[in-house]
Ligand binder design. Structure first.
Ligand code: AMP
Length: 254
């Protein structure tokens, strides 16, 4: 299975191709990861990606990559999206759906997908459902990672991300070998602006408002897959694989 996932087409958008060929799979997994910001969805997506061969597609990563563009290369819509992100608010459905629709190739990819941070509203969920139907793609479900708010805040305040390769770490749950330095590429680890306490709390408030209707949307379709969140990423990963194995045992038409 792929050990390193190349997400050029997802992060940079139309006109870019990934230089890693998706594995030929008997059964590509197509999943959404749902849970409060800071619960560890990104880490799970990375672990699952290596095991399942599916690509970790985060809309937040697309916006953070766009933030690095010079001002003159940002469209007014993208600039507004980045401002909303910095305030810890949701970016409009219109902009997010444009970003995802421009990347339909990633949704169609033979390696499957692990969508993280999308959909975040029922409107986005309906659009994704329509997109999958149009592309005749089977959808496996929504891995749902839930935790009390205070615990999530403690987790996101300890999160650090590599300034170069975007590798994820946590000061206590998943520390780097050398403090402040990425194990994989040796670049500095930083705290994301939206993980700072004020923005983190704001993002959680927004999540609380939007998550329930989204869960209800998927529960009604029998697509919600609750996963028990462990103290360490490996525990949560094992629980996730247990849920996926259970799904394979069911007589679903894959
Ligand atoms: P994330 O890394 O998924 O927590 O996303 C970081 C920020 O990007 C969020 O707080 C939002 O401002 C914005 N964002 C990412 N994905 C979406 C989405 N699907 N809908 C609206 N805003 C989003």
């Amino acid at each position: 299975m792929r050990t390193e996932l190349d997400r050029a087409a997802w992060l940079k958008g139309p006109g870019h191709e990934c230089n890693v060929t998706p594995p030929r799979l008997l059964r590509p997994w197509r999943l959404v990861l749902l849970g409060p910001p800071g619960v560890g969805k990104g880490t799970q997506a990375n672990l699952l990606g290596q095991r399942l061969g599916a690509c970790h597609l985060s809309t937040g990563d697309v916006l953070r990559a766009a933030k690095k563009l010079p001002d003159c290369d940002r469209s007014p819509a993208l600039a507004a999206a980045i401002e909303s992100m910095q305030r810890g608010e949701l970016v409009s459905d219109e902009i997010i759906l444009n970003i995802v629709r421009e990347r339909t190739g990633c949704i169609r990819c033979g390696g499957g997908f692990l969508l993280d941070g999308f959909p975040r509203t029922v409107n986005q969920a309906e659009a994704l459902e329509a997109m999958l139907k149009e592309e005749h793609l089977l959808f496996d479900g929504v891995l749902c990672y839930d935790l009390p708010i205070e615990e999530v805040l403690a987790r996101s305040s300890g999160r650090r991300v590599c300034s170069h390769c975007h590798g994820l770490y946590h000061l206590t749950a998943h520390p780097p070998k050398v403090a402040g330095v990425c194990d994989a590429c040796g670049h500095a680890l930083v705290q994301r602006e939206d993980d700072r306490p004020e923005a983190a709390r704001r993002r959680l408030e927004v999540y609380e408002k939007t998550a329930q209707p989204l869960m209800e949307f998927y529960r009604r379709r029998n697509l919600l897959l609750p996963v028990t969140v462990g103290a360490y990423p490996e525990e949560t990963y094992k629980a996730t694989m247990g849920v996926l194995l259970g799904l394979m045992g069911q007589c679903r038409d894959y």
